[in-house]
Design a binder for this molecule. Sequence first.
Ligand code: HEC
Length: 150
Amino acid sequence: MKTFVLAAAIAGLAMPAVAQDFDAQLKARQGQFRILAINLGILGDMAKGEVDYSAEAAQDAADSIQAISMVNQPPLWPEGSGADSRDGTRAKAEIWGDFDDFTSKWAALGEQATALQASAGDGREAVGAGLRELGGACKACHDSYRASPN
Ligand code: HEC
């Protein structure tokens, strides 16, 4: 037991010297964007009339988007986890050049998500209007901070 604890302690101490891969942070942040996109798709189909409007389904989707927008971002974006440092991410180095601007764009998404949550039950057109605003908040961040796929 003692040997194990000692070995674990040494392994723990040695960790900072090993390059960190941040796989968990990448999965978490990319997963949250997928949840956003899936729910945006549900609302988009209703707004376009491809799926019948349902106040309940619209509310569920808007609630999920708003809940994701509450996730605190800094722990998901450690320095060294951008596309300049590793594969598997489209996060531009510019994120860490102005991290306050990056998080303010997340906060802007939160405002639109809260507005959409309040109007999702008001019919197809209200959902469409709210979605346009929300989509603008997604785009504003992607334009500056997400690299195009390659
Ligand atoms: C504050 C900035 C920001 C906001 C706001 C934002 N995104 Fe993103 N998004 C990013 C960045 C940066 C990436 C790349 C993340 C990575 O690859 O590590 C990304 C990646 C994605 C991906 C790809 C995920 C994957 O599987 O790799 C999707 C889909 C996406 N965003 C959708 C959205 C949608 C939909 C919204 C709005 C409802 C949104 N994003 C709002 C910055 C943002």
